[in-house]
Write a protein that binds this ligand. Structure first.
Ligand code: FE2
Length: 207
């Protein structure tokens, strides 16, 4: 993953120094993420996710899968969790405890990330701080119903009232999670604003 060049993928090396130029060249519009499939067979899925600035892939799982991700240009915040107790089957309803294992901004100089079925941050969220592109390899691929993608969010405790009751100022019940924190993750339906459209892979073919 680390050795593949931008040129081989049909991308312009200038995108590293100017991610906004990258967004223009990749024709990224509004908040939609573009996915370009590079190669797929029974054992793996290999593709390219291209993000406009601010776009988010909500927290989701990769049940029984190993995933390699490499940031090619731009900056991307990666937040990742592992279940505190590995469930025998994917959690598709309700909530369960998970520990945050990663909360970092990666760029083109970062090593490729790898996550495993029960470690390394099997559940992750991507937030694009600038336009960016991620090379993504999943093995084995998603294959519903047994290897389906489920979305989650951190369950927030209810807002609490300061002394003085509801006439007082509302204060948040919690701070943002940090690495090492244990939180409850609940299943949720991603918002309509989350949209991934497909694009044509411009690089060298993989066979
Ligand atoms: Fe993912």
């Amino acid at each position: 993953m680390g050795a593949i060049s931008l040129e081989e993928l049909g991308l312009d090396p200038d995108m590293v120094s100017d991610p906004f130029l990258g967004a223009l060249k990749l024709r990224l519009r509004d908040s939609r993420i573009k996915y370009m499939r590079i190669y797929e067979d029974n054992s793996l899925t290999f593709g390219l996710f291209c993000f406009p600035a601010g776009a988010t892939i909500p927290l989701h799982n990769h049940p029984g899968m190993t995933v390699f991700s490499r940031l090619l240009f731009g900056r991307l915040r990666v937040s990742a969790y592992d279940w505190l107790v590995q469930p025998p089957a994917p959690i598709v309803a309700g909530a369960a405890a998970a520990r945050m294992v990663c909360n970092a901004v990666v760029d083109h100089a970062s090593d490729p990330l790898v996550l495993f079925p029960a470690s390394g941050g099997n559940l992750h969220e991507f937030v694009a701080e600038t336009p960016c592109a991620v090379l993504d390899l999943l093995t084995p691929p998603y294959e519903p119903p047994e290897r389906n993608c489920t979305y989650y969010r951190v369950q927030r405790p209810p807002l609490t009232w300061p002394v003085g009751g509801p006439g007082g100022r509302k204060v948040p019940g919690s701070r943002a999670p940090a690495v090492g924190d244990v939180v409850e993750l609940e299943v949720f339906e991603p918002p309509d604003s989350f949209e991934v459209v497909s694009g044509l892979y411009p690089g060298d073919p993989v066979t």
